[in-house]
Design a protein around this ligand. Structure first.
Ligand code: GLN
Ligand code: ZN
Length: 759
């Protein structure tokens, strides 16, 4: 039995803290002895974490080496291969490594993007034809020796070349096939260097999740690459996850790898009889991913044994190695420190450490049946699963019957009619100016919320603090002359958590941190049961804000699909059904807001795109229910209530038809960094509803000038008419400072005035 990787951030986020204090000391001009001191601390923390995490793996076949990282494993591989962007040529060592991740005086950071359909972000490699690769295998070698010296049997975890290439970009516009030969050369040099220092017969697990996407232009190289790796004397396991990978399996069974890792949790098609037969005939080991590395529920051992039965009818038992479905990186460390959570719900959860225990138990039952030594644990597992199934906490008849009787899921009138009524009722001009919702989250604001949470101040003090922030926000927006105002979201720490905390069916961990990127961790809400909304969640603040102004106050909600995609979701109900329940919660809120006199309501779907399946063949199904859920929420809006949505990306080419079908009256999107290029798709498909393409990038502290925004608006007007356009920043402003936000928004309004004057 095996895992594919363990979370590295530490039970108490020790790595995060050590990294951040090192970065603070290493900041330009930092005292060098302080920097050295913090570096030593960081190295020690890292070493201690590895040692501790390996100790949990002592009963497994191997401990995983090189799953540790100071930032990200894709970045580690770039560094090991010498895939260094030219702008960082003056740097070396950790300074170089962290500059690539975070930017430095030498240049901007490398791009970061999501690792498949997870919320983990990797650093995108920048390949180019003239790149001079330099191999540096030190990190892998050191960690390998470290594990050996502790008496463990190490397995090196390494990102496979196809996944590395597939997730990279080229900075010189060359085709991937043009950079492949040199990259392959370098990758093999790295492997050779591992063999020459660590000896032949080292075991390497190559992560190739890219294979789950199906055939691509590089599939014809798979056999040749992995055969050559075997020739170096390396024993290789090729592992795929997050979906099934039957096409790659077909090829890999004929290559010289020793084992194949497949995900049987998220890739049910891996159970395909032909694939299993091919594996059995090849005599290769099958690393069967059965313990879910993506979710946090106690495994149902009976159902896992069922799958193992199916597999072992075809694949001989001694070839089957039970494994986690993917790295445990995507789940929190351990539930040991959850002292506040409801005990019953807590008993249903399994984080990384507990999952290793489940692997051991499953292995024992699979090999020996239920015997004295595993009987109690097996029964305990059974009863946890039974309890959960029957628990009253999960089932809510009222919610279920509402879902069963759900009928109208579309707005009554078509957009053409709605917009006439809305334009009349709301009276906003062409190129109406607005923002995406949040205003700066100041340290004072965070302190206020913290104090209230801890009970250090009463609700009166808290509420007056929030009210005073809202007052300032409204006053500022009126002063600069924005057309549609927002309350600024001062009461929210996070756009999902804020709603989850007020909905039934959600629970929050105290310490369930999951690495998102680098030192940044998130604590996803846990949806454990039927969800409903006991009472209004935002009306109090939005109506207060509206009472301060004659202008239109836009109400802010997070959409059902985004709430779903940023949470750990119950696994006893289909995601689409969980999402449907969430969409009713949001529908209820929209209904209350409009009854309270709010005329524009924005339903943010920042994570709509994240839920897209990895396999093309499954996209349609996702699109259809995600779309339906958004519409369940928005269809309660009356004809005169204007529904906005916001999405944090710019690439709409693939999904434009779905966006159109969502039928939001106004959609705001991220386009500032791409001029008007990305807007063109809206024109091309004849998108008729209104659009607010971001006119400046909020991710940087830079203040855009009037002229710059003016030009940007002119560009937009080349694509869509002014009657269809709204003017707003790219995204919410909560990460910015007031001294950046104020002049930026003022310039935005002035730029619009300039365009309007010209007519
Ligand atoms: N309304 C949210 C905000 O302004 C939207 C955030 C987001 O799209 N990520 O912060
Ligand atoms: Zn956004």
């Amino acid at each position: 039995m095996n895992i594919i990787g363990f979370p590295r951030i530490g039970e108490k986020r020790e790595l995060k803290k050590a990294l951040e204090s090192y970065w603070a000391a290493a900041k330009d001009g930092g005292d060098t002895s302080e920097k050295e001191h913090k570096l030593q601390e960081l190295l020690k923390v890292a070493k201690d974490l590895r040692k501790l995490h390996w100790s949990y793996q002592k009963n497994l076949e191997n401990v995983v080496v090189n799953d540790f990282s100071f930032y990200d494993n894709m970045l580690d591989l770039s560094y090991a291969l010498g895939v260094i962007p030219a702008r960082f040529n003056d740097l070396k060592g950790l300074d170089l490594y962290f500059a690539m991740a975070r930017g430095s005086k030498s240049g901007v950071a490398c791009e970061m993007t999501k690792w498949f359909n997870t919320n983990y972000h990797y650093v995108v490699p920048e390949l180019r034809k003239d790149l001079q690769y330099h191999i540096n295998a030190q990190k892998i070698v050191d960690e390998y020796k470290e594990a050996l010296s502790l008496g463990y049997n190490p397995k090196i975890s390494l990102i496979g070349i196809f996944t590395y290439l597939g997730l990279s970009k080229t900075s010189d516009n060359s085709k991937k096939s043009d950079v492949f030969p040199n990259l392959k050369n370098a990758y093999f040099k790295l492997l050779e260097s591992l063999v020459s220092t660590l000896g032949k017969d080292i075991l390497i697990e190559f992560h190739e999740p890219i294979f789950v996407k199906g055939r691509d232009e590089f599939f014809s190289h798979i056999k040749e690459v992995y055969d050559s790796i075997a020739k170096l004397g390396i024993k290789s396991i090729v592992t795929t996850y997050f979906e099934s990978s039957n096409e790659a399996t077909e090829i890999l069974v004929n290559s010289d790898i020793v084992g194949l890792g497949l995900d049987f949790v998220h890739g049910v098609d891996n159970l395909n009889e032909n694939s299993l037969k091919a594996i059995a005939n090849s005599g290769k080991k099958l690393y069967a991913g059965l313990i879910d590395g993506r979710n946090i529920w106690v495994a149902n051992l009976d159902s896992k044994l069922n799958i193992l039965d199916k597999i072992s009818i075809i694949v001989p038992k001694d070839l089957i190695h039970i494994s986690s479905s993917c790295s445990l990186l995507h789940v929190p460390f351990s539930k040991d420190s959850e002292s506040k959570m409801n005990k019953e719900i807590l008993s249903w959860l399994s984080f990384a450490r507990e999952k290793i225990g489940e692997l051991e138990l499953l292995e024992s039952i699979f090999r020996n049946g239920v015997i004295d030594s595993n009987k109690d644990a097996y029964n305990a597992n059974k009863s946890v699963n039974d309890n959960r199934k029957k628990s009253e906490k999960i089932h809510d008849n009222a919610v279920q019957s509402r879902i069963a009787n759900l009928k109208i899921t579309t707005r009554k009138e078509p957009f053409k009619e709605r917009i006439k009524v809305q334009r009349k009722a709301l009276g906003y001009p062409d190129l109406a100016t607005t923002t995406i919702g949040s205003f700066p989250q100041t340290p004072e604001l965070r302190a206020l919320r913290q104090k209230f949470k801890k009970g250090e101040i009463d609700s009166k003090a808290y509420e007056s603090g929030i009210e005073s922030y809202i007052k300032d926000c409204v006053a500022f927006q009126e002063e600069i002359g924005l057309d549609v105002l927002v309350h600024g979201e001062p009461e929210r720490n996070d756009m999902v958590e804020y709603f989850g905390e007020q909905l039934k069916g959600f629970v929050f961990s105290q310490n369930g941190w999951v690495q998102s990127y680098g030192s940044r961790c998130v604590k996803p809400p846990i949806i454990f049961g039927d969800t409903s909304r006991p009472k209004a969640m935002t009306v109090r603040w939005i109506t207060f804000a509206q009472s301060l102004t004659k202008k239109i106050m836009k109400g802010m909600l997070t959409g059902p699909v985004t709430i779903l995609n940023w949470s750990f979701v119950r696994d006893d109900l289909a995601r689409k059904d969980v999402c449907k329940q969430l969409s009713l919660c949001i529908a209820d809120e929209i209904s209350d807001l409009q009854d309270a006199g709010i005329k524009i309501i924005q339903v943010d779907e920042a994570a709509f795109k994240e839920g897209y399946p990895l396999r093309e063949s499954k996209v349609k199904e996702y699109e259809s229910w995600a779309l339906e859920c958004f519409k369940i929420s928005s269809s309660v809006a009356k004809i005169e209530t204007q529904i906005h949505t916001h999405m944090c990306y710019s690439e709409f080419n693939d999904i434009i038809k779905t966006i159109e079908a969502m039928d939001a009256d106004v959609i705001s999107i991220e386009t500032a960094r791409s001029g008007n290029e990305l807007l063109k798709i809206f024109k091309k498909v004849g998108y008729a509803n209104e659009v607010g393409p971001g006119v400046y990038d909020i991710h940087s502290p830079r203040i855009p000038s009037v002229d710059e925004i003016y030009k940007q608006i002119k560009l937009l007007l080349e694509v869509l008419p002014k009657s269809q356009l709204w003017i707003n920043p790219d995204c919410g402003l909560k990460t910015r400072k007031w001294e950046e936000v104020k002049p930026s928004l003022k310039n935005m309004v002035d730029a619009v005035l300039k365009v309007r004057i010209e007519g």
